[in-house]
Structures are given as C-alpha cells and as structure tokens.
Design a protein around this ligand. Structure first.
Ligand code: SAH
Length: 250
C-alpha cells in the first residue's frame, strides 16, 4: 500500500494526525527533500528505508514503490504542503493505477494556508473579494496562455502566487496592469518555519523590499485588498440575518 501524504508547510506539528501515524508505520519513506522539513521523518520507525525524491526521477520513484509492493511493504510518499497543489502526484498515481497498485492520498496544510495564518488575515473578505486564485508565473515550465497573470489580475481577487518570488519585477509589472499601484502585497518566506519572514508593501515598492531582504525562493506572494482594513461584516454572525443554524434575534 502506498500513502501520498501532505507534510504541511514546514512546522512538523502541522502534519495531520493521520499523516503522522502513517509515517510512524511506514517501511519505506520517499520524501520531497527540497521542501519537506526532515524533522517530519523523526517519527519513522528504526530500519525504515528513506529516499529523497529531489535526487530521483519519476521512474526511480515508481520503481522504489513497486519493489516495496512486491515485498508487501508500506510506502509513505511525503509531499510538501498539500499534494494537490504543484505536487506532481498525478503522474505518479496514473502509473500506479495502470499497474493496479493501491494508494490513498492524505491531505495536508498547504503553504497558502500557513501564509494566511502568518499574516493573520482572511483571504475572502465580504465586500472585498470572495475568490482566491492560486497560480504561478511561467518560468522554466509554461503556464497556459489563458492563465497569464494579466488575465487573472483583471479580477482584482485575492491572488496567491507560488514558485515565482525570483521573478518579482516581472510579476509586479503584470499585476499592475489591473491592480492599482497602492494595492497591498506581501511575501511570506518559509511560512511556519523558525526562519519565517514576512515582507509587506504595495505594488509600488515590494520588488525592492524583497530584493533587499534577499528572498529568492520558498516564498509565496499574496496580493489583494484582503490585506487592507476595509470590509463588511459577515452575514454568518450578523444578529439580523437568519440561517440554518440560527434565527435572527436569537
Ligand atoms: N504542495 C505545496 C506547494 C509545492 S510548490 C503546498 O501545498 O504548499 C513549492 C512552492 O510552494 C514554493 O516555491 C513556494 O512558493 C511555496 N511554498 C512551499 N512551502 C512554503 C512555505 N513554508 N512558505 C512559503 N512558501 C512555501
């Protein structure tokens, strides 16, 4: 059996209870070494075989899984954050499906959630935006034409940009095609790690601030008026608004 496990954003306490219990039981661990906090693996049993997928190809990862299956071993495939966001799990599970190998996916806390927590903000503010766009800039790998930053920026929604902090100048220029220059933006480096850093600014000055801070990777860029202080109160807790669980005035 193979378990794909979301390891969370970095803090070893931010893995799910289920994910941790599975790592404790695993005979084989394959972890994404470029981002997963190695402390997550401290709970693995002694004798557990540990592989760092940062140094492996897809074929090598699959072959470790297949060998484990042949030996009736349990494999934990540990991805950073939640595996559904830039996790490259689809190509693995499709091969497992084609070979009739059973697997299960255990979700994790994505770094975009940890970034909001670090910023102490809510991405979806009433009267501001009700949409969160998760995206990245094209770099060495492409992004579909219809999803270029300029098109997404047109919504003025909350935008969380992964894998792009090394292209701040270009990103900011593209965001400015639709967001006003005064729009607040923040860069969260290594959310939930001890070395976490938050850089706050506006579209006008953020690129310089990020350069000065020397942040070049493992960071999220979050932009939008959710970072500001103007919004409407929610209807959910409004005393004049009834819903399934509460009547107005009660
Ligand atoms: N599946 C992961 C994302 C993997 S892509 C998730 O759900 O978070 C890797 C990118 O995620 C990094 O380049 C960076 O943009 C972001 N990232 C991952 N961990 C991070 C963290 N702790 N703080 C800030 N950004 C992080």
């Amino acid at each position: 059996m193979i378990y794909f496990i979301g390891a969370g954003p970095g803090d070893p306490d931010l893995i799910t209870v289920k994910g941790k219990k599975l790592i404790e039981r695993a005979d084989i661990v394959i972890y994404a070494g470029s981002l997963v906090n190695k402390a997550i693996l401290d709970c693995a049993k002694s004798g557990c075989e540990i592989h760092n997928s940062a140094e492996m190809t897809l074929e090598e990862v699959i072959s470790v899984m297949e060998k484990g299956e042949a030996e009736k071993k349990m494999t934990a495939r540990v991805h950073t954050g939640d595996p559904s966001v830039y996790g490259a799990i689809r190509e693995q599970i499709d091969i497992l499906d084609s070979r009739n190998i059973c697997y299960e996916i255990i979700p994790g806390v994505s770094s975009f959630c940890a970034a909001a927590a670090a910023l102490r903000k809510e991405y979806t503010l009433p009267g501001v935006t009700q949409t969160v766009i998760l995206t990245r800039m094209e770099g060495r790998t492409a992004v579909p034409e219809k999803e270029k930053i300029e098109s997404l920026a047109a919504h003025n929604a909350t935008m969380v940009v992964f894998l792009s902090v090394n292209m701040m100048d270009d990103l900011v220029e593209r965001l400015k095609t639709s967001y006003p220059e005064s729009t607040p933006i923040a860069v969260v480096y290594k959310a939930s790690w001890p070395e976490q850093k938050i850089i706050r600014g506006t579209l006008e000055n953020i690129a310089g601030l990020v350069k000065a801070a020397g942040v070049r990777k493992t960071a999220l860029i979050v932009v939008g008026d959710f970072l500001g202080d103007e919004y409407e109160l929610s209807k959910l807790y409004d005393k004049n608004f009834s819903h399934e669980y509460r009547r107005a005035g009660e």
